[in-house]
Write a protein that binds this ligand. Structure first.
Ligand code: CP
Length: 309
């Protein structure tokens, strides 16, 4: 059996091309499983998983929980707002108390960059990063690249424009790492204030003209403006952002080719994308969500398989 090269899923940066391909291949089988009348397999019957979310989530949290339940794992959910973290307990003490209850794997989302890496160096359980601050969101990039692969039959050579708030986006960085490892051509597009200088060193094209980016790409992965992470204003108003970078159906229809639209969610309709694009047949947004369950089943299965060796 093929194995991942790592005990944890901390970020795409730590994965090899072969790891990503193995996760995609494994997700293909699990996509069949979740489309069967009986969607459950007994693969993780003896495994307990804690989903620890210090930040809000709809898709990632529910997707992990469903993936775990479809694999027959025991699941506990932890949310910081109703926990003893509010009474001053350290993160490490909280995690060690959860592990003392015989938990095998931790899925964690945290507002601080590097929390999954910090934990991986200090505890024994498998750690899966469900988003750490503005750093990485590896399962999102794995499901985005899986969706591209399903649409085009490959990722290599596909032109992907990542559009929007690159500065505050963990989805953007994980996508750049995954797409580059798989041989895609990558462009990032947004206002100058929302594209960090270091992206030049990642081997991606940088563009500030949304119409050029759309005419260049096969796939536009549209990101929302992360107002909750912005300490100061990076553009005059949301109305102006929408005017210069928002994507509407007229822009899409004027292109020479029919491009594919991705969005990791949550969507801010009328800001980065209009409903006539988000709900069009060119958008694979809900397919991304479906693929997210299969991808997370694949990761949980592959990490748990290593523990049985
Ligand atoms: N795409 C994504 O991470 O969505 P949630 O914040 O709802 O999990």
């Amino acid at each position: 059996m093929k194995m991942l090269s790592t005990k944890h899923l901390l970020g795409i940066k730590e994965l090899s091309k072969e790891d990503i391909e193995l996760i995609h291949e494994t997700a293909l089988s699990f996509k069949d499983v979740i489309n069967r009348p009986i969607k459950k397999v007994a693969t993780l019957r003896d495994i307990t998983i804690a989903n620890i979310f210090f930040e809000n989530s709809t898709r990632t949290r529910l997707s992990f929980e469903l993936a775990e339940k479809r694999l027959s794992a025991d699941v506990v959910n932890f949310s910081s707002s109703s926990s003893s973290v509010k009474k001053g307990e350290t993160l490490l003490d909280t995690i060690n108390n959860i592990l003392a209850m015989k938990v095998d794997m931790i899925v964690i989302r945290h507002a601080s960059v590097g929390v999954p890496h910090f934990l991986a160096n200090r505890i024994n359980a498998n750690i899966i990063n469900a988003g750490d601050g503005t750093h990485e969101h590896p399962t999102q990039a794995l499901l985005d690249t899986f969706t591209i692969r399903q649409k085009f039959g490959k990722v290599e050579g596909i032109k992907v424009a990542i559009v929007g708030d690159i500065l505050h986006s963990r989805v953007a960085l994980s996508n750049v790492f995954a797409l580059k490892k798989l041989g895609a051509e990558v462009m990032v597009c947004g206002p100058k204030t929302l594209i960090p200088m270091h992206y030049k060193m990642l081997g991606v094209e940088i563009c500030h003209d949304i119409n050029f980016a759309l005419s260049w790409c096969d796939v536009a992965n549209v990101l929302r403006i992360q107002l909750e992470r912005q300490e100061s204003a990076f553009f005059p108003s949301l109305r102006e952002y929408s005017q210069y970078f928002g994507i509407n159906s007229k822009m899409i229809k004027n292109l020479e080719k029919k491009i594919t639209i991705l969005h990791p969610g949550p969507i801010n309709r009328g800001v980065e994308i209009n409903s006539d694009v988000a709900d069009s047949d060119q958008a694979l947004i809900l397919e991304q969500v479906e693929n997210g369950v299969a991808i997370r089943m694949a990761i949980l299965y592959l990490l748990a398989s290593q523990n049985k060796l």
